[in-house]
Write a protein that binds this ligand. Structure first.
Ligand SMILES: Nc1ncnc2c1ncn2[C@@H]1O[C@H](COP(=O)(O)OP(=O)(O)OP(=O)(O)O)[C@@H](O)[C@H]1O
Ligand SMILES: [Mg+2]
Length: 317
């Protein structure tokens, strides 16, 4: 992994032309590093900044699906689309965040790994179904399962860019070599367009020395490829999925929400996209970054009556 030359072909991300769509996969075969949390909240933050975003849940665990308020088992799902029994359009669902749509997953997607195993051009299934039908979105964010199996390979073949969430814990770098080797193999053989859009440090706990050390190590390996925005460990981020909504709408002023808004701004800059699309559903009054409180999306209260399972004394994380 020390050899930059090995994956140097993966490095240069290309700016996004106006009106174009970019498919980005969030992948790391290590489990629980923040792939889904990032797909949901970066998606919501970009949508709140005025972009149309589609989250594709490619994980049979369906955490992005439920995290965006859809019931587990929503049909048609990505499984039906990959199996050829439903068009992508039929599987696209709206969410309570204007501009943010999702293609739900279902448990039987796990079977797709096996069923596609013998199919012709099995690595290109997702690329083909997306290729036909994502016009109108600015970004398509594919939430990958924690493996380097066929679903992740499909996601990397379908994507132009790869975002790698890295948890600020011991062994954070473990497995990144295998992930990058897989990405490089896919770039050479199946998808020459594949690039790394960035590494994202997640679950950063400023109180621990370890988080700082891991952050420094990841930056020393990957330099400017690491997003400057760091996602802190935040209780609110981990609670949001139980409400079926992004923390961006659940608690817009929490540290987790602020960090994903900062990431969205950095993401736009990385793609050379400065101005959100003309119709801005909900842009905060203060511009970017800290101090930006995105207005609550319309219809939120009706969609999710407020619940307070933690009592009045809860500490915002
Ligand atoms: N910054 C954070 N602070 C606190 N908890 C977090 C943070 N990010 C994610 N979590 C929580 O950690 C757990 C794992 O996060 P997440 O589901 O996003 O990871 P993942 O990489 O998608 O996992 P998997 O590999 O199982 O798909 C979840 O319970 C999530 O709510
Ligand atoms: Mg996940």
């Amino acid at each position: 992994m020390d050899s930059h030359s090995f994956y140097s072909q993966l490095l240069e991300i290309r700016p996004l032309q106006s009106g174009a769509c970019r498919v980005v996969s969030l992948a790391n075969q290590k489990g629980g590093v923040g792939k889904t949390t990032t797909a949901v909240n970066l998606g919501a933050a970009l949508a709140q900044r005025g972009h149309r975003v589609l989250v594709v849940d490619a994980d049979p665990q369906a955490n992005a699906t439920t995290g965006l308020g859809l019931e587990r088992g929503a049909r048609p799902s990505l499984y039906d689309v990959l199996a050829g029994s439903a068009p992508l359009r039929a599987a696209v669902r709206g969410t309570a965040i204007p501009g943010l749509d999702v293609v739900p997953s279902s448990g039987d997607l796990a079977g797709a790994e096996v069923e596609l195993g013998s199919a012709e051009a099995r690595e290109f299934r997702l690329a083909r179904v997306l290729g036909r039908d994502v016009a109108g979105y600015r970004w398509v964010l594919i939430d990958c399962p924690p493996s380097l199996g066929l679903l992740t390979v499909n996601a990397l073949v379908a994507a132009a860019d790869l975002v790698v969430p890295v948890q600020c814990e011991y062994y954070a770098l473990e497995g990144l070599g295998a992930l990058l080797a897989t990405a490089e193999r896919i770039r050479r053989s199946l998808n020459p367009a594949l690039r790394i859009a960035g590494f994202l440090l997640t679950m950063y706990d400023a109180r621990t020395k370890l988080a700082g050390q891991v952050g420094a190590e990841v930056r020393s390996h990957f330099g400017s490829l690491v997003f400057r925005t760091v996602v802190p460990r935040s209780v609110r981020l981990s609670e949001a999925p139980s409400f079926g909504e992004p923390v961006l709408s659940l608690d817009p002023s929490s540290r987790g929400a602020i960090s994903y808004r900062l990431l969205a701004a950095e993401f736009e800059r990385r793609y050379g996209v400065d101005e959100p699309a003309a119709e801005t559903p909900s842009r905060g009054p203060g511009g970017r970054g800290y101090g930006t409180i995105a207005p609550e999306p319309a219809g939120l209260v009706q969609a999710w009556p407020p619940k307070e399972p933690w009592g009045a004394r809860e500490v915002r994380g």
